[in-house]
Write a protein of this length. Structure first.
Lengths: 274, 253
């Protein structure tokens, strides 16, 4: 029999949020395996394979550039501006959408076997990080073509990605916990995502929204803060102010903590619903 | 191999104490948040509670083969879900020592695009094993499943028998502390079924606790030492397997 026998006792009331962290560490190889599955199965049968991750933002960028480049007066190259924003936004939109799907897909397994309930959501974030690394390739190509300079501020890029990942994880957890009880959230989410994209300066410069609602529309939009940080260190070649940086951090990790606590608190009820 | 009962540990493998599971069934299905909010405000949401398990207390020792009998809807599946930690009890206490393996459906979680090896890793990690542990067992798993070079081919090229064999092979590669057997094994040809029951026998001998859920009274009375009888979520009887089987037979006829 196993040497390190674990005891499960439902009467021990440890905080579910902390219990989940311990379980995730125990099942970390499962999360790695789920990421591998997602990457392999996505690209195995398509002819261009992993290239699609790179072609996707490139295609959208070209369309957007043709349509909008005349419309918005931009400093610097519009294609480089838009692909930077798109890579950041796509990372968020794809991971959160995939996380919702994984809850529906995983409900079958959740009924059969004990797994940390956050495992599937965590793995979609992991897959998203792999994908965003691949999508940096077309970004570099466009930067080279448009002769957009990259400064040493690029060293903050991993932190910008980490912040978006933390926000996407927290947001996915909230969404996933809600979708178990209200399945129609899955239908609603693409609409929300679409609206969110147009309310966030992604295809147009942020100056256009600067004075809407006295600037509060931008200030209260966490996605704006995070995408801005991402763009600042790559496209603009500037450092964020300390205040900007702390706000972005607070929004992303605040959402993560709220999402984690909310999800793990609801998780015990999941099996009663799905 | 020692088969005598006296050499087996007498410690508790798991126990349930006054465990109740009550499902809340809303009168109508409420499909959207908007409607939910409206009805909530109007106080129109009414729930019927359904007691799937009603104050169940069972204690099972390590190494015991314990049977669970009951008609459809008696609460057997709910009991298994509570033990598999899939369902958290509404009331009462569940205490489990060690890893529980539900052999509910073989190959759940397999992915058709991945190779046999990748699927073994995926399934093994789903059962809570590390990549290192799986790597060590991989040759034995492939060997037991008898799928030869197909282990490197995508799962979609497998026959259903091969898939079931691989699933069984992964799920039983490690000796679990507690094994849940929900149905009579029926994978592959007669020779493979024989291999499966040999492996089950091996589990018993190495001291694993087996929980057998079956409609077959004969199977429970011949394989199990003790059994429990459930009816409408209540525990009707616990005790000697043949006694309980007799009681069940009287109940259904």
């Amino acid at each position: 029999m196993s040497t390190n026998t674990q005891i499960y006792d439902s009467s021990i009331n440890e905080s579910p949020a902390i219990e989940e962290i311990k379980d995730v560490l125990k099942y970390k190889d499962l999360i790695i395996q789920l990421v591998r599955r997602d990457i392999i199965s996505r690209y195995k049968r398509s002819f261009l394979g992993i290239m699609w991750t790179m072609l996707n933002p490139l295609g959208t960028m070209i369309v957007m550039s043709i349509v909008f480049s005349r419309l918005f007066a931009m400093r610097g190259a519009y294609p480089a501006f838009i692909i930077t924003n798109l890579v950041a936004f796509t990372f968020f939109s794809q991971t959160t959408t995939a996380a919702l799907g994984s809850m529906l897909w995983g409900s079958d397994l959740f009924q059969r076997i004990y797994l940390p309930r956050t495992a599937f959501v965590l793995s979609t974030i992991g897959t998203g990080i792999v994908n965003i690394l691949f999508s940096l390739v077309p970004l570099i190509i466009i930067y080279v073509f448009t002769k957009t300079p990259v400064k040493e501020t690029i060293i903050l890029l991993p932190i910008a990605i980490l912040f978006i990942a933390a926000f996407a994880l927290g947001f996915s957890l909230i969404l996933s916990a809600v979708v178990v009880f209200f399945p129609d959230v899955a239908e609603m989410y693409p609409i929300l995502l679409n609206a969110w994209m147009y309310l966030t300066p992604i295809i147009y410069p942020e100056e256009m929204l600067a004075d809407v609602l006295g600037g509060w529309l931008l200030r209260l939009n966490p996605l704006y803060r995070l995408i801005r940080l991402f763009r600042l260190v790559t496209f603009d070649g500037a450092y964020p102010t300390m205040q900007e940086f702390l706000f972005a951090m607070a929004f992303s990790f605040g959402t993560l903590i709220i999402g984690w606590v909310f999800f793990t608190k609801q998780a015990k009820k999941f099996a009663y619903y799905v | 191999m020692s088969k005598t009962l006296t050499t087996l540990p007498k410690e508790t493998a798991f126990f349930l104490e006054d465990v109740s599971v009550s499902y809340r069934i809303p009168d109508e299905k409420i499909p959207s948040i908007k409607e939910y909010a409206i009805r909530r405000l109007q106080g129109k949401i009414e729930y019927n509670s359904f007691l799937a398990l009603d104050k169940i207390s069972i204690s099972v020792r390590e190494g015991e083969i314990f049977g669970i009998l009951g008609r459809n809807g008696a609460g057997k599946s709910t009991l298994l879900k509570v033990l598999a930690r899939v369902l958290y009890p509404t009331e009462g206490r569940v205490w489990i020592k060690g890893q529980v393996y539900p052999l509910l459906q073989l190959g759940a979680g397999f992915h058709p695009e991945l190779t046999g090896i990748e699927n073994v890793y995926l399934n093994g990690t789903l059962l809570g094993h590390s990549r290192q542990e799986i790597k060590e067992k991989l040759p034995a798993i492939a060997d037991f499943a008898e799928i030869g070079d197909f282990i490197n081919a995508p799962l979609r090229t497998y026959s259903s028998g091969m898939m079931a064999r691989l699933g069984f092979s992964v799920a039983t590669a490690w000796v679990p502390d507690i094994l849940i057997l929900d149905e009579i094994l029926s994978v592959g040809d007669a020779a493979f079924v024989q291999k499966c029951s040999n492996r089950m026998q091996g589990f018993r001998e190495s001291g694993a606790t087996v929980l057998l859920v079956s409609h077959s009274v004969d199977m429970v009375s011949s394989l199990c030492q003790r059994a429990a009888l459930l009816d409408h979520g209540k525990l009707v009887a616990v005790g000697d397997a043949s006694e309980v089987s007799k009681q069940y037979r009287e109940m259904i006829f």
